[in-house]
Ligand binder design. Structure first.
Ligand SMILES: *Cc1c(COP(=O)(O)O)cnc(C)c1O
Length: 418
């Protein structure tokens, strides 16, 4: 993307923007929560809607001049509902964390309990990490995997804990879990203890929208929260979807505005509407399926090498690799080394990690961004081989970097899809 006005008027910022464009074009993005948006999505984000105050909801705003903002927000809501089979959608949350915060306050009183995934087993910061203020207000308790090698959740223990501590929310969802959950079990436990079943689909929203992963609403989940910028391939932002309860949907709306936010970012909401339109296109189904095929191809290469992947592999867009056991290198060192080779991913704690959080045993990586660039299975396997070369040899980073750049440049970041 070009920035002719910024280049003329603000050289300092321009240098960073131009640098980032080049970094993204020449490197390989393997962070599983990142993606490349279309030019249409970028145009919406750069539009004059950023000038507009629109506190409230369509038809019920606190300022005048809303004929176009109302239209755009309604488009985003209707498309979101269609994509996920929801009866209600709130497209105003500024990010995934904001969506979760509003969701908690909509459903809970201070002191209430949430049963969520253990953080070291794949849960997200907003699922009750002690560094968040959420833990000062609510009581978070945990379920875990029964077997780290297969990824199976311990549903019996989950039921036992739920009966004992009467959570108001049973929270599913993850940032670092490579398998599908047994949604029916979550819902049955939630029903048994009178909790609301919530799934945070931030990571896999695109897989669900593209029909490549199961839709939790089909199994009776009440609410889904999500980001819009990960596999869903839209602008940075969040969203709350309600399955069928109008009462819950109303609580969500109140919690988002005026509960936690002021004016919605209408330029982002326009970009969300465009991204949802793209995700409704048949080609998005092909994209979502290819993400998983590419992950399988990468997992196959690591498996053949005898590397240890948490849960033994992956059924979605991400792999959590025990770099320490597999290659005798810490997650932090692996991240740095691969970064030097032009491969961007992140260090990540693994279940029951024996190393410190600042330099854990694992690395987490995935295929959504490179699949957007058009990588197929063979090329994904090639990326995995380059990674293994770097992690085992460690000296030949320059050769790897050349190879990575060649692969990246052979697959320019597309401006539109379909
Ligand atoms: C990324 C993520 C979030 C937070 O999204 P932000 O937009 O970064 O605030 C919340 N929940 C899960 C499961 C995530 O993966």
């Amino acid at each position: 993307m070009e920035f002719p006005f910024i280049e003329k008027e603000d050289q300092e910022v321009y240098a960073s923007l131009a640098g980032e464009e080049k970094r993204q074009a020449e490197g390989l993005e393997l962070i599983p929560s990142e993606n490349y948006v279309s030019r249409a999505v970028k145009e919406a984000m750069a539009s004059s809607l950023t000038n507009k105050y629109a506190e409230g909801y369509p038809g019920k705003r606190y300022y005048g001049g809303q004929e176009f903002t109302d239209n755009v927000e309604i488009l985003a809501i209707e498309r979101a509902k269609k994509l996920f089979g929801a009866a209600y959608a709130n497209v105003q949350p500024l990010g995934g964390a904001n969506a979760n915060i509003a969701m908690y306050f909509a459903l809970l009183q201070p002191g209430d309990t949430i049963l969520g995934m253990d953080l070291s087993h794949g849960g997200h910061l907003t699922h009750g990490h002690p560094v968040t203020y959420l833990t000062k207000v609510f009581n978070f308790i945990r379920y875990k995997m029964k077997d780290v090698e297969t990824g199976e959740i311990d549903y019996d223990d989950m039921l036992r804990v739920a009966k004992e501590s009467k959570p108001k929310i049973i929270l599913a969802g993850f940032s670092a879990y490579p398998r599908e959950l047994d949604y029916a079990k979550f819902v049955s436990i939630a029903r048994e203890v009178g909790a609301v079943a919530v799934m945070d689909i931030a990571h896999i929203a695109g897989l669900i929208a593209g029909g490549a992963a199961k839709n939790p609403f089909d199994y009776g989940f009440d609410v889904m929260t999500t980001t819009t910028h990960k596999t869903l391939r839209g602008p940075r932002g969040g969203m709350i979807l309600t399955h069928d309860s109008e009462e819950i949907a109303k609580k969500m709306d109140k919690a988002v505005f005026p509960g936690f936010q002021g004016g919605p970012h209408m330029h982002q909401i326009a970009a969300k509407a465009i991204a949802f339109g793209e995700a409704l296109h048949p080609s998005f189904k092909t994209y979502a399926k290819q993400i998983i095929s590419n992950t399988h191809a990468m997992a196959g290469v690591f498996k053949a090498q005898g590397a240890r992947m948490i849960t033994g592999g992956s059924d979605n867009h991400l792999i959590l690799l025990d770099a320490w056991t597999s290659f005798g290198i810490s997650g932090g060192e692996a991240e740095t080394l691969l970064d030097h080779a032009g491969i961007t991913l992140n260090k990540n704690a693994i279940a029951d990690d024996t190393r410190k959080p600042m330099d854990p045993s694992g690395i987490r990586f995935g295929t959504p961004a490179m699949t957007t660039r058009g990588f197929n299975e063979a090329e994904s396997a090639q990326v995995a081989s380059i990674m293994i070369d770097v992690l085992t040899k460690r000296t030949d980073v320059a050769t790897a970097k050349e190879e990575v750049k060649k692969l990246a440049l052979a697959h320019p970041i597309p401006e539109s899809f379909g």
